[in-house]
Design a protein around this ligand. Sequence first.
Ligand code: BEZ
Ligand code: FE
Length: 295
Amino acid sequence: MEKHANAATEQSAREQFVTDEVVESFASSNDPRFRQVMQSLVRHLHAFVRDVRLTEEEWNVAINFLRRAGDITTPTRQEFILLSDVLGVSMQTISVNNTAQGDATEATVFGPFFVDDAPIIGNGDDISHGASGQPCWVEGSVKGITGESIPNATIDVWECDEDGFYDVQYDDGRIAARAQLRSDPAGNYGFWGIKPVPYPIPDDGPVGELLKAAGRSPMRASHLHFMVQAPGYRTLVTHIFVAGDTYLETDSVFGVKPSLIKDFVEHGAGEPNATNRVLAGPWVSTRFDIVLAPV
Ligand code: BEZ
Ligand code: FE
């Protein structure tokens, strides 16, 4: 009995010795932030290994997984970002960095499909540029947390077509379903887009295997991306989601926030619309009032 107790104590001491040794190895760095991040990382990684009693075989599987994630990564296929996304690390980093302030709109994941220099449009214009999908009128205001209107805010919007693909996923160089516009002098905006649909994140690599092993869906809940910028305010990267969507509870990257779920109201072809657009079929509309936090 005594012997066992001693062995357990000895084992624990040996494990703690390794952790302490590695933590100490970063102690003399003269970059205090680097030191803090690395020492905390080591403590958490070692605690994880000890907690699950990681086997050497499992360690090998993990190393092989990371190697394969590297192999599949290209400038346009970033498997490590996907891994961060499906582990909720992207979303947690966003939460930590977009602290709650008044009723400032919540942020969510950026995703890989933003493109600089999207076509510039005016209020009331259409971002679809031929992308297939049901016409969708989107309007709202841009304000600060004390209620002041923010004119001339830069609003980038982007979304997939009704087949679930962003323009950059086609190899014909098309630019569609994305644009940049500005809030008007009263701080309002409005544009025509297409009704968001669900789509899978790339799942033909190691991250897809991870999802499959967990019995998780690769689907993202239907969404429309926004990035809103104005001098003196914190840049907001977010989406709006469609109320009633099948994947709201199981979004593969944990991007859904209840405050970002909006009603998309259905309208008949002949119903009047904000820009007197002539529509051949049914359309939808939604409202997204954006509140920016100060910097
Ligand atoms: C997106 O919403 O575009 C996205 C986000 C994370 C991973 C893949 C896609
Ligand atoms: Fe997206």
